[in-house]
Design a protein around this ligand. Sequence first.
Ligand SMILES: [Zn+2]
Length: 471
Amino acid sequence: MKYDVVLKNARIPQGNETVVTHILVKDEKIAGFVTDLEGIEYGREIDAEGHLTLPGCFDSHTHFMDPGFTHRETFLTGSSSAAAGGLTMIMDMPCCSKPSVRGVEELEHKLNAIKDQAVIDYAMWGGVTGEDIRAGKKQIVKEQADYGVCAFKVYMTPSVPTYERVTDPEMLEAFRWVAETGVPVGIHAENFAMCDYFVKKFQKEGRTDGPAWAEARCVEAEQAAIELGINFAESTGARLHIVHMSAGVGARLIGAAKKRGLSVTSETCPHYLMLNYQDAMTEHRQFAKIAPPLRTKKDNEELWEGLRNGSVDFMATDHAPYEIATEKEGPGMDIWSAFPGIPGVETLVPIVVSEGYNKGRLSLSRLVEVLSTAPARQYGLYPKKGATMIGSDADFTIIDLEKEWTIDQKETYSMAKYNPLHGIKLKGKPVKTIVRGTLVYDDKEGIVVEPGFGQFVRRQRIEKLERTITY
Ligand SMILES: [Zn+2]
């Protein structure tokens, strides 16, 4: 048999050890592993040069803004930025497009608008809003799940005008509906009344400093929201997922709920591990404005610990870029009116490798889980994605663990040329990104595939993450 591609000298993880092998690829899938290429026929070859070769890394939380808000980001710029950051797969949110995705019709409209743009593969979140719940549109949940979305998103606080938040009773209904599909329901966990009260209070007091945003969107609001989510998960049997968890108390609540046997999971983002609100919101103001907000140094460390012990299941970015001139620094804009959101796909893998693995906070096997295997399992894409196994898609993230570099907010494929992580020095960088056996990104040459190479991937199955808490 002639193979299509050989990935030579790939250092693949085996638990916490590594082994160097040549990986044979046929029909875009992994077809075998050999230590000697003598007598093997193959077409193209890619050389991993002995670098760490992870199963393709996956960001399950992006807002690529397309179609509808393409002055912020397009699927081409967003997916190119992701590829340059070592990601082979993303999963896009239903809220930041026009129309927002709340049914198969809107989902197909979106897929059609982006199909000629993506350079890496993508899966989709489904949507359901307060408005849909009040209208009794239960069928939209089933139809999207049947179509292959991997999860559903609900917001407890207002976020995007075209995607209405849920009240508490509406969230309970949403949990009941989604529970019947078997896929997770991801919640933006902040208590609306608390956020609203303190934002208005601080505005009345005339505060316009950066940290005011974080103090108004207080940690108690996130705690109350997560607790309510856990209660609803327990009573309805829904698989609760806390997206972009920012606070250490969240990790403790999720860890305790896991120990009680509930199907609850969580993700955190690089900025919640690296930045605190006092420093970053003073320095970067609205360019570090996100929701939930940055917290404290103590939260940074508690979330690293959560990631290590399993109460935080995996990493994601919440990549949500905005236009500087009109949405971050528009005329008369202040910390309250600037749009909340920052880019992230290009720096996720580098930060977790540098600050997690290279600094000894995460083992190699945990690194593989939090960047690839765990989100792939959670969203029913494993082992097509998230695995270096025979029959899996030949997706690889090749990392030079020794490369030292500095994050520069201007050097990015994203349209958003701002980043509160600007200036942070890292050790370790993705140097090649391979999707289904094709080199997509090379550190020296940039993006080397045509727009539209990336494919939509439907959910393959229903799989629950194992509850593993390590103490
Ligand atoms: Zn988000």
